[in-house]
Design a protein around this ligand. Sequence first.
Ligand code: N01
Length: 536
Amino acid sequence: MGDDARIDYDAIVIGAGFAGLHMLSELRKSGFTCHAFETGDGVGGTWYWNRYPGARCDIESLDYCYLHDRELHRDWRWSERFATGPEIRRYAEHFAERAGVLPSITFGTRVTAAAFDETSSTWLVRTERGGLGDEVRCRFLVTAVGCMSAAAVPDITGASRFRGERLHTGRWPHEPVDLAGKRVGVIGTGSSGIQVIPEIAATAAEVVVFQRTANFSVPAGNRPLTEAELAAEPERYEERVELASTTRFGHVVAGTGQSILDTGQAEREAALEQRWATGGTGIVATFTDTGRDLEANALLADFVRAKIRATVHDPETAERLVPRGHPIGTKRLCVDSGYFGTFNSEHVRLVDLRAEPIEEITEAGVRTARAGYPVDVLVYATGYDAFTGALTRIDITGRDGVSLAKRWASGPETYLGLAVAGFPNLFTITGPGSTTVLSNVLRAIEHHVAWITDLLRHLRSTGQAAEADQGAQDDWTGQVADAAGRTLYHHADSYYLGANIEGKARVFMPYAGGLDVYRGICDSVARDGYRGFTLS
Ligand code: N01
């Protein structure tokens, strides 16, 4: 620890989504003075911003919720198998009220910078609210900024000339957007596009979907949760807690336990049909080898391709919607409610940007290499500068004034996705190098919050600061690359690799080794007196 300096709080938390709320709550329970700053005017993070029609989670409600509070889990009644955005937001609000953390959050306030002061071993955090700046000093800085929160809007020539309304799915207006009778263009066919397109088509007069990469998507099979399911939940609690540390995703994804290559065609088809009918992403776990063997993966991919062809009436449109060029699951598998069937409607058309790239946006709409498409509203479902964007958009400087954004210019390097060498007492919940969205992110958040809280309590008792060692970080960065190397992820241009952001280093960012393995490693690091950290 350095010289004493006046601190405003023991800890500052950036963000009041699921991670920030839980972090604040645990810090308060442990007697730390703490405060959070949140850009939005309410809690929920991702679910505060993603208000586009059709927004739903692709993980089942009973898994996509906190487990650390047994009573909360018992008392909250999810209404559907896959909760809507508004229901998840209400849940976050309920948690924040119940945990009593709202007075510890300043809303509508962006953290613009954070600088480590080596003399006092404190962080000076700069915020901005309505153009006015402020500064607070703390010992520990915890980022809870989310993995998919820095919206990516592609720089398309002429975009600012467009006379209609431009919307990004991740920055959707709070008031309802009336699309009735309007011509709507949608750019992007990832999870957000695939969810919003059927909803837009239900009201708009015309929909033009601009697709760069056809995506694999499976039906959600959404439905109301039954009384029996809800009644059984308290008894399932222990099992869910157990699964959080013993499974790859943090919850059970049941499969046959068989190799698809060793399974005969009839049995294979029957198993996949059953998973298709059940709905959700579980279909990728039906067989053991589809995530690591290209030949095995192709069998599953062909099954989904056949489903698309069987759904879409116009054979030409169907062929354009059939994903090619990347194995299934190497871009996030989408979960939809009637996406492919939407293209059977007369007023919905698909523009294949591989055949006719966008040349510019004009006052009237989108012009591709082949034609002009006049629209009244243009929806960008173009995703996020994932994993690093929300961190590097804050001017974070560590020892010697080194900037985090510059440090990560060739790709993020972290120790366990939780800490960065040269940035003492900075902790990154679900940071790059942790399992993040390759696991149930709620389980990853709960693990990180518990782990960080334990470390901060330890540091409080010893009066020390913690800094990741460069060697430990180098080793972990190698492990992250090795884990990805054992999968098929490198066969796709995805946001996992930063490929969706022009100029971003192409490095696989999440840890693909599984949450169970990851937790085991973090826990052993703690048991060994925080191996790989210098405590001083
Ligand atoms: O973003 P994405 P998203 N010109 O990056 C296209 C979570 N999430 O917001 O594939 C034309 O997946 C881009 O094309 P391509 C979930 O983790 C979850 O949809 O790069 N097109 C792609 O089609 C998800 O994975 C839920 O060629 C351009 C699309 O835009 C993550 O958030 C719901 C383009 C972006 O897809 C992100 O999903 C929503 C350009 N210049 C989100 N730039 C659920 O829980 C980009 N694209 C269900």
